[in-house]
Design a protein around this ligand. Structure first.
Ligand SMILES: Nc1ncnc2c1ncn2[C@@H]1O[C@H](COP(=O)(O)OP(=O)(O)OP(=O)(O)O)[C@@H](O)[C@H]1O
Ligand SMILES: [Mg+2]
Length: 280
């Protein structure tokens, strides 16, 4: 569970109050859309959730962790419970697509043979099999975004936090990406997604929290109050993977059915694996 109690966040350097006495609860297994205009405080909310920023006042607890009293050395372990899609992607420029995704698994100590199975599978899921050897600067914005998504899905995290994961792709691919997240959510994973796309919010009809000037303007259990048309793609009934199917000519729906491929984790090898990556 995620709990924010009277959280205020002021960015000291610019004296900007990004969140103002903000309280919120999200249960495990929910799918929540966060909407609101640019500068409203959405990314700040997500950065506080992932302990990338700390509140100026107020308390945050997530899955039993008290984020205020969390020690620095606990932070990486806490973050490993989350799959994060950053608004600015944050891919590692020197690594190709394959290694960017593999790296997320290497740092938690996954075995190379598990990585060799899992990464191609994730690339298929986001329709990027043919780009495995490309570096981030050789990809379009939408392709980079899908690498970031694949990386966030790599470790079967119990919570996915995604900051505009569809900000750089066309409507049909946006639909496919959220359809994928929806599938993952239906297996019990909590999904928190910031978006400006109200058509998506309408289509998937989950809880919608609107943020305005650092406060919750509204919090509805579904999208019935949103007055836009949902997306209507022909494939809407059985959509997962159909966009990528068109792109690649393969049937990728089986990938989604088998989403929860277990990641094999070795007890002590995380540090060694990280060194290995650096040495490469
Ligand atoms: N590191 C920072 N230092 C100073 N001010 C910041 C910082 N990050 C964000 N802000 C300010 O805090 C406010 C909220 O920013 P935030 O990034 O949370 O907005 P947002 O809702 O995610 O907007 P967008 O939809 O454009 O991504 C804005 O006024 C922004 O300028
Ligand atoms: Mg933002």
């Amino acid at each position: 569970m995620i709990k924010f109690e009277n959280v205020t966040k002021v960015y000291a350097e610019t004296n900007t109050k990004a969140l103002n006495d903000f309280s919120l609860e999200i249960e495990t297994g929910e799918f929540v859309f966060i909407v609101g205009s640019s500068g409203a405080g959405k990314s700040t909310l997500l950065k506080l959730m992932m302990r990338e920023e700390v509140p100026t006042s107020g308390a945050i607890s997530i899955n039993g962790y008290d984020l205020n009293s969390m020690k620095k050395k606990e932070i990486p372990f806490f973050r490993r419970t989350m799959g994060i899609v950053f608004q600015d992607f944050r891919l590692i420029p020197s690594m190709n697509v394959y290694d960017n995704i593999a790296y997320a698994m290497r740092v938690i100590g996954s075995r190379e043979n598990a990585i060799r199975k899992r990464v191609p599978y994730l690339l298929g899921l986001v329709g990027l099999n043919s780009k495995a050897r490309s570096k981030p600067n050789q990809l379009s914005g939408g392709e980079q975004q899908r690498v970031a998504l694949a990386r966030a899905l790599a470790n079967n995290a119990s919570m996915i936090i995604a900051d505009e994961p569809t900000g750089n792709v066309d409507p049909k691919m946006s639909y496919e990406i959220v359809d994928l997240l929806n599938h993952i959510n239906s297996d019990g994973t909590t999904v928190i997604m910031v978006t400006h796309d109200l058509h998506l919010v309408k289509t998937f009809n989950h809880r919608v929290i609107t943020i305005k000037n650092g406060c919750i303007e509204s919090d509805y259990p579904d999208a019935s109050h949103i007055d836009v048309e949902p997306y209507k793609f022909e494939s809407i009934e059985e959509s997962v993977g159909t966009y990528f199917l068109e792109e690649s000519g393969e049937d990728l729906s089986y990938l989604v059915e088998n989403y929860a491929v277990d990641v094999e984790v070795e007890e002590t090898s995380a540090e060694e694996n990280t060194k290995e990556v650096k040495a490469e």
